[in-house]
Design a protein around this ligand. Structure first.
Ligand code: ADP
Ligand code: MG
Length: 241
């Protein structure tokens, strides 16, 4: 019985999140009672029009921004109740972030960019193996300005991934890439999920998410308007707004 219960416990859970920006008459509610749960090892894709609250959701889910109400539980710990120091440590040890713009360190090679993140980690992945998984082995000694956009994003994913985060949060990671490269990056995310079993939340509005998500949430005006446990329920209309 206990084992069953363990399996059925959500790994990531947000309950009734409220978040506003501004004060007084300029106050804007950006997340309005958002609740969801993910199981360990799931890939969740978040869709929605520009301004619907996707980035805000990701930032509060990863403790980069505070919330006004509700709770955020990751692996049994409510990060919304942590003091800033513990939260900072938790973020460094357990969470990985990838953004649209790669934020690589320009004067370090691919391998060194990843190594500096490994040094900060208690339990880093083996770097040569990771470079192979990322498809960067033959580019490991190049500097960021010698790489294509897709290769730079692979390196940014490596930086987030090397500490083997329990939760990987990706915001528009394919936003700056052409369709074919975006497809390759999303296939890489799927491969990473199968190899390292990280739970992954990605915000993307690229169509090539088809067939990779265990879970799809659609946001509109700070609320979840669609929540598909199985993405085969997705219609072409869900990818338009
Ligand atoms: P999305 O990622 O879906 O485009 P965001 O989460 O970035 O949406 O933004 C949702 C809303 O919150 C937008 O109306 C945006 O202008 C507003 N917003 C986001 N960040 C801030 C901020 N730091 N200060 C004030 N308003 C913000
Ligand atoms: Mg955004």
């Amino acid at each position: 019985m206990e084992k069953k219960n363990e399996i059925n416990t959500a790994f990531f859970s947000v309950k009734n999140i409220e978040k506003s920006y501004g004060t007084g008459s300029a106050k804007v509610k950006v997340l309005d009672g958002v609740s969801t749960e993910l199981y360990e090892g799931e890939i969740c894709v978040i869709l929605g029009p520009s301004g619907s609250g996707k980035s805000t959701f990701l930032n509060v889910a990863g403790g980069l921004e505070s919330i006004d109400g509700g709770s955020i539980t990751i692996d049994g710990q409510d990060i919304s109740k942590m003091d800033p120091k513990s939260l900072g440590r938790y973020r460094r040890d357990k969470l990985g972030f990838v953004f649209q713009f790669y934020n690589l360190i320009p004067n370090l090679t691919v391998k060194e960019n990843i190594e500096v993140c490994a040094y900060l980690s208690k339990n880093p992945l083996e770097i040569d193996e990771l470079l192979h998984t990322l498809g960067l082995w033959e580019h490991k000694d190049k500097f960021p300005n010698q790489l294509s956009g897709g290769q730079q994003q692979r390196c940014a994913i490596g930086r987030a991934l090397v500490k083997n985060p329990a939760l990987l949060l990706c915001d528009e990671l394919t936003g700056a890439l052409d369709y074919k490269t975006a497809k390759e990056i999303l296939a890489l995310i799927e491969k990473i999920n199968q190899t390292y079993h990280n739970t992954i939340i990605i915000v993307t509005h690229n169509e090539p998410i088809k067939n990779m998500a265990h879970r799809v949430l659609k946001l509109h005006d700070g609320r979840i308007v669609k929540d598909y446990v199985n993405e085969t329920q997705l219609s072409a209309k869900d990818l338009e707004w």
